[in-house]
Ligand binder design. Structure first.
Ligand code: ASP
Length: 332
């Protein structure tokens, strides 16, 4: 998958769909507005996700359009990418850390504020489903490493090799020139974050990744951290992040975006504000990328990223479309 197909904005009916990580997916007008002015009809169901993961949004749409819940849709949607070995940034086939181990991070959050997360999980293809089990079957929110893996086996998940022939070869090549140094750049990561609204108007979110390629062993990014890589408040909306997790954690990025929407900003305005706050502290840096995707209770979406030259792809019931991405441009 081409990571530069980040997303962006579009207009459909009364709702502005903005560009964020490969956003969106599918939408359908609802019969009864649930929030907002009377004139403003909420869009639901709807599924959006970061980057160009069109098969994931298609799967989420399949669930939502069969009256499935936002939570089922978001889990099943991102599972498509976790299982896709050609996607080398998520799940099986994700690139390893600098010691050659594939370690996965994921989280999920529902309409009631329930959430579950796994970090540094090895040998399991679907960390998002383990995260959901943590949420539903334990009194905890985060399980890490060996404990998370053991819990997964207890829940019936199978042990599987996550390194593929392709990622093994890339890793062998990396070792030849890297001097064992982890480098943060715009090429060695990507994540699927997905937000959905079901026909009842309830919101859910999920985020799953193999993290930064060739990271220091033990590193955990923003993606499984509730409030950083993902946040959902069913009264307001949801947000998810992609890009350099360290920067997103520092700003509690997704929580920030949701709070900005609570204060009245549109999803697009909130994502722009979030990215700008991060870039203010990183003036002049051109070596990394940050992107936020957000949705509000009305089904309006927005997205913004650091890095000029992106396009994003939108997938709706009407088909697929590439859009020009709105990006934060660094001062020269
Ligand atoms: N946010 C992910 C991480 O830092 C990577 C990405 O989305 O590009 O692990």
């Amino acid at each position: 998958m081409k990571r530069r197909t980040f997303l962006k904005n579009s207009t459909s009916g009364t709702a502005a769909l903005v560009a964020a990580p490969t956003l969106i997916a599918c939408k359908e007008a609802s019969e009864k507005p649930i929030v907002g002015e009377e004139s403003s009809e909420p869009i639901r169901p709807i599924a959006v996700c970061t980057w160009n993961f069109q098969n994931a949004t298609a799967k989420a749409w399949e669930v939502l359009s069969s009256d499935g819940s936002a939570l089922d849709a978001v889990e099943q949607g991102v599972m498509v990418e976790e299982a896709d070995v050609t996607n080398e940034t998520v799940g099986k086939g994700g690139r390893p850390d600098r010691d050659g181990n594939v370690t996965l991070d994921a989280c999920i959050m529902d309409k009631d504020g329930n959430c579950g997360s796994v970090v540094y999980l090895k040998n399991i293809v679907h960390p998002v489903s383990v995260a959901r089990k943590v949420m539903e079957e334990t009194p905890h929110i985060i399980l890490a490493g060996k404990g998370a893996e053991q819990f997964a086996y207890e829940q019936g998940f199978k042990k599987e090799e996550l390194l593929t022939e392709s990622t093994r070869k890339q890793y062998e090549e990396w070792k030849k020139t890297s001097k064992y140094e982890t480098v943060i750049n715009i090429e060695n990561h990507d994540t699927i974050g997905m937000l959905t609204i079901d026909k009842n108007g309830d919101i859910a979110g999920a985020c799953t990744t193999s993290g930064m390629a060739y990271k220091v062993a033990g590193r955990v990014g923003d993606s499984p951290i509730i409030g950083a890589g993902l946040y959902v408040d069913n009264e307001v909306g949801g947000a998810t992040a992609t890009g350099v997790g360290e920067e997103v954690i520092r700003t509690v990025g997704s929580f920030l975006i949701v709070e900005l929407m609570r204060q009245g900003k549109s999803p697009q305005e909130a994502c722009e504000e979030g990215v700008k706050r991060i870039m203010k502290k990183n003036e002049g840096r051109k070596d990394f990328q940050i992107g936020f995707l957000a949705i509000n209770k009305k089904g309006e979406t927005g997205g913004y990223c650091v890095h000029p030259g992106f396009t994003y792809r939108e997938y709706t019931e009407n088909g697929h479309e590439n859009k020009t991405v709105q990006s934060f441009y660094q001062k020269e």
